[in-house]
Design a protein around this ligand. Structure first.
Ligand code: F6R
Length: 246
């Protein structure tokens, strides 16, 4: 695992965008895994800038989202499909329909998970997966306690995650869904490269466990220690608990 501590969110975004630019230069039809939440927003801004400047093109890219809330209506602004359309897909030259997500509107959620895993397998899984991390150590919505080799599944969000995400729902934790569909940790680990972004002191404990802790179901992101090509980009606040940050 490579850890880089940087001063600002925009430096982190630049570094992550460099990894994606390098990938698309080598492989214009790459499969890109996208994360939602606040951490990758500066990266999506930078990718759209580079696309407008003609440095990168997503015209041949296929995308797969990490996860989706269960129970939000199709037109809800916080549905992750809507979020990704707003923050990335519509701002670059990616084809409409090229960015896929698990279908949480399917009344048969189990079938939706199997279909999604099969679609990712058929695409050869992701060349590069963008990740954020929850304050409880989740990646995707793989909450503590789940198996490290899971595949796309229906997940239950912890109280901590629902509290963290209430900021997207006018501060109302009761408005945050309790369930989600998420790529499993095993699905995420299929990606050839992982790029995780974390900023802010509320991520410091999770980053400590990810980088310096034991690989454990208690801190799901720690499974990334077993990945052959994982890049972790953090600011100084998120790195604050690392004993060997220097
Ligand atoms: C989002 C996702 C989550 C978030 C994590 C951090 O698709 O899968 O793992 O990356 O909850 O969220 P932010 O970036 O909002 O702190």
């Amino acid at each position: 695992m490579e850890l880089i501590v940087l001063d600002t969110a925009s430096q982190i975004a630049d570094r992550a965008a460099d990894a994606i630019e390098g990938l698309l230069a080598r492989k214009p039809d790459a499969v890109l895994g996208t994360a939602t939440g606040s951490s990758p927003l500066p990266l999506y801004d930078e990718l759209s800038r580079r696309c407008r400047a003609g440095r990168i093109s997503f015209a041949k890219v296929t995308g797969f989202m990490l996860d989706e809330y269960v129970g939000l209506p199709e037109d809800h602004p916080e549905r992750y499909a809507t979020f990704m359309e707003r923050n990335l897909r519509s701002r670059v030259d990616m084809r409409p329909g090229a960015l896929h997500g698990p279908d949480a509107l399917n009344p048969d959620l189990q079938a939706a998970c199997e279909d999604y895993e099969a679609a990712m397998a058929a695409a050869g899984y992701c060349d590069l997966q963008i990740l954020g991390i929850g304050s409880d150590g989740h990646i995707g919505f793989n909450e503590p306690g789940g198996p490290l080799d899971s595949r796309t599944h229906v997940g239950v969000l912890t109280e901590q995650t629902r509290r963290d995400n209430a900021r997207f729902f006018d501060g109302d934790i009761d408005a945050v869904p309790t369930h989600c569909l998420t790529q499993g940790l095993g699905t995420i680990m299929e990606a050839r490269k992982l790029v995780l972004i974390a900023t802010g002191s509320n991520k410091a404990e999770a980053i400590e466990h990810l980088v310096e802790g034991e690989v454990s179901e208690d801190w799901p992101a720690s499974v990334m220690q077993r990945h052959p090509d994982a890049l972790v980009l953090v600011d100084r606040d998120a790195a604050a608990r690392l004993s060997r940050a220097d």
